[in-house]
Design a protein around this ligand. Sequence first.
Ligand code: HEC
Ligand code: HEC
Ligand code: HEC
Ligand code: HEC
Ligand code: HEC
Ligand code: HEC
Ligand code: HEC
Ligand code: HEC
Length: 356
Amino acid sequence: MRSKGALFLLLCGWLLLAEARAESKLLEIESPKNMSIYDDAFASLVIKTPPGKIKRLEIETGEGKLYIYKSSPKTGYYCKSVKLKLGDNNITITAYTDDNKTETKSLKLFYRSEVYEIAEEAPYKYKKYLFHNDKNEKLCSKCHDMSPDFKKVSKKTIKAKGALTTDVEVLENPQDSHCYSCHEPLTSRKNGHAPSVNFMCTVCHTGKAGEYNLLDEGKSRYLQPDPIAPRCFKCHERVEETMKHNRSDHGLTKLGRCNKCHNPHSSANEFFLRKPIWQLCTTCHAEQASGKHVINAFVFSRNKEGHPTRGRPDPSRPGRELVCSSCHNPHGSKGPFLLRTTGSTPFKVCKRCHKK
Ligand code: HEC
Ligand code: HEC
Ligand code: HEC
Ligand code: HEC
Ligand code: HEC
Ligand code: HEC
Ligand code: HEC
Ligand code: HEC
């Protein structure tokens, strides 16, 4: 009995304390959740403060950047899209009031990518949270239109050519999309993928799960299937063709997880890759970096350094440099070892660049 009484008192004390703490709250982080995992480089920070009370707000991000707000928005809401670095990110937010009170809160976020050693897997305790459910959207819908778009706005057509095998209809003006106000940064890097840059987000974000994220089914209205390949093939049939008639195939491609090498939104690298090609391939194939693997018995007698794998023009592809994918097709091949040949021996590939 006595211990129950003590427990009760303790509980009351704790509740009072919690109340006092709630009152002194200068800042509340509405988004994102602490310990979230990200698969792309941008997090939407939303900080709620008592309207008119904050003199100065500072956000220090994972990239080591400092954002300073010198006034309080009338609504008390600060919204900021911040860029993450690969792996761990520690973000701190500090609010200052006129009467010299301060409060600091911090957030840990993890930007994951399978092709970077430091970011391959998030440590235990980090979780992937999905945002787009009714409860979360309600927090924003006062000020942001959260409905999917594609209504009466004008569209334009991108004609099939190159990697694109079907015509695609996209928004004439990306700002017409309701997704733009929060997600524009995803499309802002140097090379933008057409359906993303033009905000046809729902061609991939169908709300459906796939084999690798089945447990997330129903948790977000904009979930994308994983594997994503069937979505990609809607516009890039040729890659599907390459994969169908294979003699050799490639793990990630075969599993349909195109997004592990390609960033589906945009990237600083060509083909929206998560790394430049040579660096991408040697992440998993360090041994082949020297080029000594290229029919060494033959090449060695002529060049002890092995066959070059970069740093020269590619004779088979005018305007491009020699890289691993000059000889190998990362998506599959009718020849052996993903070689860009239909012949059955590796030697057949040499003819692409060497006359005899
Ligand atoms: C009280 C109004 C209000 C609420 C509530 C609100 N926002 Fe905002 N948000 C704004 C305004 C206004 C802007 C444009 C700010 C600007 O351009 O400086 C904005 C901009 C943004 C941006 C872009 C910031 C950038 O750096 O480009 C993001 C992301 C964002 N909001 C996310 C959210 C999310 C997520 C929620 C709900 C959890 C939310 N906002 C709730 C008013 C609000
Ligand atoms: C008010 C801001 C806001 C608007 C508008 C918005 N989103 Fe989001 N969205 C978020 C936030 C916040 C997250 C969580 C990740 C982050 O921090 O950016 C998110 C996450 C996502 C995700 C990852 C899956 C999930 O549910 O977490 C997808 C996909 C997505 N949004 C698509 C869209 C699409 C498509 C639209 C337009 C129809 C849209 N969003 C409009 C704020 C917004
Ligand atoms: C070509 C397919 C494709 C298109 C188009 C696309 N996405 Fe994605 N998106 C994906 C895939 C696949 C993922 C899974 C994570 C990854 O690979 O980056 C993803 C992840 C996301 C995430 C979560 C990122 C994170 O850090 O975890 C957001 C937010 C998002 N997409 C928003 C959008 C918005 C907004 C658009 C439209 C401008 C869009 N996407 C267009 C395929 C696409
Ligand atoms: C709605 C149609 C559509 C979907 C779905 C789509 N793409 Fe694309 N993709 C395009 C268009 C349009 C281009 C630009 C083609 C051009 O300019 O030649 C493009 C270009 C590309 C390129 C660059 C090609 C080059 O030669 O520079 C790559 C790589 C690519 N997409 C990969 C993907 C991947 C991976 C997926 C699935 C995650 C995907 N795409 C899904 C329409 C789509
Ligand atoms: C192992 C990494 C990797 C995976 C996985 C991958 N790609 Fe690629 N992809 C590349 C590289 C590297 C290039 C550039 C090749 C070159 O040098 O021409 C490329 C080029 C492309 C292109 C443009 C040139 C072309 O071949 O048409 C498209 C489209 C494309 N990929 C789509 C896909 C699709 C769809 C998938 C999933 C089925 C996928 N990729 C999976 C690495 C990858
Ligand atoms: C994420 C890791 C990863 C990346 C990135 C990657 N590979 Fe691979 N690759 C593998 C694995 C695992 C195998 C083993 C067999 C399999 O699953 O296909 C493989 C197999 C191969 C093979 C041998 C296929 C055979 O038939 O024996 C070649 C050639 C190859 N990769 C070339 C490349 C090239 C070129 C790139 C860059 C465009 C690349 N890989 C990028 C993981 C990767
Ligand atoms: C000049 C053409 C050429 C270039 C460039 C090239 N390879 Fe190869 N690669 C080959 C040939 C030919 C084979 C088959 C080797 C054999 O049969 O001896 C091969 C085989 C492979 C294999 C299968 C395992 C092995 O060692 O035999 C992998 C993995 C591989 N290459 C990865 C790479 C990577 C990664 C790069 C870029 C750093 C690269 N290759 C650059 C021609 C090339
Ligand atoms: C994608 C184009 C390409 C393919 C395919 C290719 N090579 Fe090369 N090869 C080169 C380039 C570029 C050089 C460097 C030439 C230079 O520096 O002048 C080179 C150099 C060489 C050298 C060194 C001697 C010399 O001429 O400088 C040998 C030997 C060689 N290749 C053999 C092969 C063999 C064997 C194959 C087939 C397994 C092959 N190559 C496939 C592009 C290619």
